[in-house]
Structures are given as C-alpha cells and as structure tokens.
Design a protein around this ligand. Structure first.
Ligand SMILES: [Fe+2]
Length: 376
C-alpha cells in the first residue's frame, strides 16, 4: 500500500498541475495560438494536451521511483520545476506574454536538466523518465522563442496601422531591400463578411509579412540575394524554401481575390469546361480538396505543361511550380486563414471564398493558349 502511494501521490500531483495548466492553455490554443506567426515545425494544437498528459505521467513516475527507493533528496527540485512549469503556462498561455514565457521556460530547461543529472546519480530509470519531458521542453522553448521574435506586435491591430501597409510591389529594388510586402489590391475591410478586416490584419499584416521578413533575413549574404522569388522557390530547400514558398503562395492568394464578383473570362471558362466537364464540377472538386486536405496546406487550380487544367493540393508551404505546374488560382487552408471568422468550420470558409476569386487574375496567369478544339 505504501509503495503504491509512493507512485500515486506524485502522479496525482502531476495530474492536478497538468490539468490546471491545460485548462489555462485551452482557450489560448483555440483563440490565440492559431493566429500567431508560428514556426513550420509547430505541432498541431491538439497534440499539446495529449503530449503534456503523457509527460506529466512520466514525471510523476520518475519521482515515484526515487521515493520508493527512499531517496527524497531531489524532491524539492522536482516540485520547483513543476511550479515553474505551471508558471510558464500562466505567463505564456494565460497572460499571452511570449517574452515572460521565454524567461520562465529557459529557467525550466535548466531545472529539468539539473533534475535529470541528479536523478541519474540515484536511479537511471528516474532519469530516463524525464528525458522525453526535456526533449519536448526544448521544442516548446524553440516555439516560444520563435513566437516571441515573430509576433512582437500589439494583439489588436489599430486602424491607423492598417493604412500603413507598404505600397511597394514584391520586387527586389536593390541588394539591401530584398523583398517587401506588396500592397493589397483592395481595402482591408472590402472582402467582409466573407473575410473580415481582422482576418486580413492578421493574415496579410502579420503572417504574410512574417514570411517575407523571414525570407529577407535568410537570404542575407547568400547567393539567393540575387534571385527572384520564383527562382528562390525553385532552388531553395529547408527553412528558406518554406518561407520563400509561403511568400509566393500568399502573394498569389492575396492578389487573386477581389471584392467585386466576376464572370470567368471566356478562354479560362472554356478550358475549365473542357477538363472538368463544367464550372460546377470544378468548384465541387476544388471544395472537396480544400475541405479534405489534412493539416495545413493549399489547394490550387493549376495548368499542366500540356495546357490541361487540374485541381491539386500541396501540404504546408509547397508551391506547385516545383512540380512544373502553373498556379492559376489558390485557397489558403492554413487555420490562420479562417480561424478568426470561421473557427474550425473550414468548409464554410471554402464556400465563402468562391465569390472572392478574381478570375481575371487567374486567366491572366494562363501560359498555354490553346482552345478546347485545338488541343489534341
Ligand atoms: Fe496563410
């Protein structure tokens, strides 16, 4: 019975602290976290409560092992790190302060590492049970730091700030300016209610801008400085590819919308009917792809090299030019594109997006000019 309590009490304590922390994290993960500029390495929000639950169980078992061995020497250290963990949750998720959260989680890293070192001298099992926790903490530290660096804006974007969106096109003007945020072709509130001003402020003013800022930082002093955005996407890999492709994807997305619904120009309409059967069939295929794409990504109407049109999905930041496809029209189905207006109702966002499509832009992007009858 006593041995059972050695394990049960620490596990129960971890469970209580973990549930309190998860409760604090809950609303932030739903309302705040999806709107942030996050690293491409960010796990989906649903993973946070799952991973924390497992880790708290391992933490409790770790201290249980030591207590069962009659070694109480590190219990103070264990309790201190538990309190700091809870504090971090309050600062980062509760008060939504990435800076204070970063300070707390760095302290937590030190405490957990110290715990592992001390525990290793007493029981290898107690030390190993803490290792997954440390690895997850290191990822959380990186994400906390990334969010702090790339989200140093007020939570609410003031109207005056919206009018200060830059007016330069996304072109390199010299070797020091690199890329800049292109102007919106419409007012920030012109797409409402399908896409609210708040969504534009976050999506265009923060997320899209974040990718361009990252891109400029990453190409500084490299051979990519002298390339167009298109060529960077074709030649880069890793984090540079992710940011460059996201900059290009968002450029195509934002310039491809209009507040004034338009008919589809004749040539594009003819080719959609040729390759999909009808406009409605293409729209259904596009909507199905957009609603069924798992996780974050993009759904495109593309032109293949022989001029055939197709609907394709790409995960994360991948752009179809890497598969020699010419993007004509695209919808962003990252959760940051619709979470403010539609919460988790992606299908409603996809439906509302259709009337916003600037078909003149899509038609202007066609490269192969053959009519339905000319194509073999
Ligand atoms: Fe986006």
């Amino acid at each position: 019975m006593r041995k059972f309590l050695y394990y049960a009490v620490p596990v129960a304590l971890c469970f209580v602290v973990g549930m309190l922390g998860s409760y604090i994290q809950g609303s932030a993960l739903v309302e705040w976290y999806p709107t942030l500029v996050k690293s491409p390495l960010s796990p989906p929000p649903i993973l946070f409560p799952i991973v924390w639950s497992v880790l708290y169980l391992l933490m409790g078992l770790s201290i249980g092992v030591l207590i069962a061995r009659g070694d109480m020497s590190v219990i103070k250290l264990w309790i201190v790190q538990l309190i700091v963990n809870f504090l971090w949750s309050v600062l980062f998720f509760g008060l939504r302060s990435p800076l204070l959260g970063l300070v707390a989680i760095l302290l937590l890293d030190v405490l957990v590492f110290t715990y592992i070192i001390y525990a290793a001298g007493r029981s290898s099992a107690a030390a190993w049970l803490f290792v997954p926790y440390l690895l997850w903490l290191l990822l959380a530290t990186y994400l906390n730091g990334y969010i702090y660096v790339y989200n140093r804006y007020p939570v609410t974007v003031a109207a005056a700030e919206v009018t200060q969106y830059p007016q330069q096109p996304t072109n390199k003007t010299n070797t020091t300016m690199h890329f800049s945020l292109p102007p919106l072709g419409y007012a920030a509130d012109a797409l409402a209610p399908a896409m609210s001003r708040e969504t534009i402020d976050y999506h265009y003013g923060k997320h899209y801008k974040g990718y361009i800022d990252n891109l400029n930082r990453l190409i500084e002093g490299t051979r990519f400085e002298r390339m167009s955005l298109h060529d960077i996407v074709l030649n880069a890999d890793g984090v540079l590819y992710n940011n460059a492709a996201q900059a290009l994807n968002h450029q195509l997305f934002f310039e491809g919308m209009t507040p004034v619904p338009q008919p589809i120009p004749a040539e594009l309409k003819s080719r959609i009917e040729r390759d999909f059967g009808s406009i409605d069939e293409m729209r259904d295929k596009f909507a199905t792809a957009a609603t069924s794409l798992f996780g974050s990504g993009w759904v495109w109407l593309v032109e293949e090299r022989d001029g055939r049109l197709a609907v394709v999905s790409t995960p994360n930041g991948v752009n179809p030019i890497n598969d020699h496809l010419n993007p004509l029209m695209v919808i962003d189905v990252w959760e940051h594109a619709y979470y403010i207006d539609y919460r988790n109702r992606r299908a409603d966002f996809v439906k509302a997006y259709w009337p916003l499509i600037d078909w003149n832009k899509s038609a202007a992007r066609l490269k192969v000019h053959k009519t339905a009858t000319e194509r073999v």
